[in-house]
Design a binder for this molecule. Structure first.
Ligand code: FPP
Ligand code: MG
Length: 262
């Protein structure tokens, strides 16, 4: 038994060292400013493993924490994640209720002492129509936002309940409303609309990298305005709950290669 324990200890140490080496190599090159994730594949992951759907989402939350740790270590300043689409309200009630309970718990865990946002100085910005959420989730979001408001190292744009079309429609409405209030008959510019996007609240730069997991090649109405001429889009086969450093390594290296080749 002590021999087995020593072998496991050595294996864990080797994994940890390799991980640190990968991160150090990546940190030596240019780091993207803004990376976004469509966290897809939680239910298929659960089904394949014979788990309940909700366990897939719980494991998806663990993966979110893992990815945020990696992004913080790499000093990525803005991370945006698609946590709940407006369309997701159409899913079975049991799943939606479970996701709401998970969101409430997860938010406080991320932001309170020992949580990844608190530990790494990350500010939380909710991007979405939060009034569609039940009151308990709205309260948790307000609390989490307040708890992280003085964090300045990085930003997490938590997109929920979100759709790009909804974000853009609201931005156009607010732009027109402001223009009418000013009473000036000036043309509305792209910049005016951009300034009213929910990601503009925290000055999010254009997206450098967009990653969608689970082998699905769709954008699903996510950050369409924020995608820019140079946004690299990566569709990877890994289910979201399984995502890790080995998935991110080739993507960041590819980004660095492109930056160096400009
Ligand atoms: C997409 O997979 C995932 C979701 C709709 C929920 C994402 C939620 C989390 C990762 C954890 C919650 C975190 C917070 C902070 C609320 P899917 O359900 O579409 O799976 P499928 O593509 O296999 O059907
Ligand atoms: Mg899906």
């Amino acid at each position: 038994m002590p021999l087995l324990r020593s072998a496991l200890w050595l294996r864990d140490k080797a994994i940890d060292r390799t991980r640190r080496a990968f991160l150090a190599v990546l940190r030596a090159g240019p780091i993207p400013q803004h990376v976004a994730f469509v966290m897809d594949g939680n239910r298929r992951y659960a089904r394949i493993k014979g788990m309940k759907v909700l366990q897939g989402h719980v494991d998806g939350f663990v993966a979110l924490r893992r990815v945020l740790e990696i992004c913080s270590t790499l000093d990525i300043k803005y991370v945006s994640v698609y946590a709940f689409a407006i369309d997701n309200f159409k899913r079975p009630k049991e799943e939606v209720d479970g996701l709401m309970r998970l969101a409430e718990k997860a938010l406080l865990e991320l932001c309170t002492h020992g949580g990844v946002l608190a530990e790494h100085g990350v500010r939380l910005n909710t991007v979405g129509k939060i009034t569609l959420f039940p009151p308990e989730v709205q309260v948790a979001l307000a609390k989490a936002t307040e708890l992280t408001k003085d964090n300045h190292r990085a930003v997490l744009n938590l997109c929920m309940p979100y759709s790009s079309r909804d974000e853009m429609t609201t931005a156009v409405e607010e732009t027109i409303h402001d223009a009418l209030l000013r009473g000036k008959n000036e043309p509305i510019t792209e910049q005016d609309i951009e300034d009213h996007l929910l990601t503009a609240k925290v000055n999010s730069p254009p997206l450098d990298i967009l990653i969608r997991t689970s082998g699905v090649n769709r954008l699903s109405d996510f950050l369409l305005w924020q995608c820019a001429e140079n946004t690299q889009v990566h569709f990877i086969d890994t289910f979201w709950p399984d995502i890790g450093l080995l998935d991110l390594l080739p993507i960041i290296l590819d980004y660095q290669r492109k930056i160096w080749s400009y």
